[in-house]
Design a protein around this ligand. Structure first.
Ligand code: PGA
Length: 248
């Protein structure tokens, strides 16, 4: 089934007021009318700046995290409703860097997805195996376990999420999964979604992990790869624009 692809930039903890403005201006100067959906996810503190810069443009605003709570005594947290106030449309949840450094569990990730959905924000749920897990033949087990937690908590609303398959060994390493490796995991995830919801074919499954201007077209040509979640290459306007062009 062909659907509009989604290209998402994950800026991680990079940027500042001046650099963000320069990057967005360069993107807007080159983007024209993209044939795919495009979102950038700056560090949370810059959502107000980005809301202003992106107003009326074809680029939507996302964030890299959302609280598991709705409001109250949760020092340092930012809720989905607060993000919605600033025009946030997407929230990455369960990125492997947060699973690893912030000890986010599958259940935390599922709750974050639920909070986002309740606020009208589309969660981009990240799943992926480490190199060791791949070498031990655990890839399918790991990604299915991670997605199962989200399906279990979100029921039929699962059709409203975006999934991102990001093999941990490919993130920031320059070591991309081959199109065949990525497609085979995407097919597993698609089958799992089909078992959970009749609307599974609507769900966009992104690939992430060293996607760049040179390898994007081949990855995006796979039948179950519906877009990309891009880290390093999203910080360079010409590269990000090439990836957007490859998602036509
Ligand atoms: P990368 O990061 O493109 O720099 O590998 C992707 C991600 O972590 O989302």
């Amino acid at each position: 089934m062909s659907k509009r692809k989604l290209i998402a930039g994950n800026w991680k903890m990079n940027g500042n007021l001046a650099a963000n403005e320069a990057l967005v201006k360069e993107l807007l100067a080159g983007i024209g009318q993209p044939a795919c959906d495009v979102v950038v996810c700056p560090p949370g503190v810059y959502v107000a700046q980005l809301q202003g810069l992106l107003a009326g443009s074809p680029i939507e605003l996302g964030v890299q995290n959302v609280s598991t709570h709705e409001n109250g005594p949760f020092t340092g947290d930012v809720s989905a409703d607060m993000l919605k106030d600033f025009g946030v449309r997407y929230a990455i949840v369960g990125h492997s860097e947060r699973r690893q450094h912030q000890a986010e569990s599958d259940v935390h990730v599922a709750i974050k997805a639920k909070r986002a959905l309740a606020a009208g924000i589309t969660p981009i749920v990240c799943v992926g195996e480490t190199l060791r897990e791949r070498e031990e033949g655990m890839t399918e087990f790991i990604v299915k376990r991670q997605l199962a937690a989200v399906i279990h908590l979100n029921g039929h609303c699962t059709s409203e999420i975006v999934v991102a398959y990001e093999p941990v060994w490919a993130i920031g390493t320059g070591k991309t999964a081959t199109p065949e490796q990525a497609q085979s995991v995407h097919a597993v995830l698609r089958a799992q979604l089909r078992a959970a919801t009749e609307q599974a074919d609507r769900v966009r499954i992104l690939y992430g992990g060293s996607m760049n201007a040179g390898n994007a077209a081949e990855l995006l040509a796979q039948p179950d790869i519906d877009g990309g979640l891009i880290g390093g290459a999203a910080l360079k306007a010409p590269d990000f624009l090439k990836i957007i062009g490859a998602a036509a």
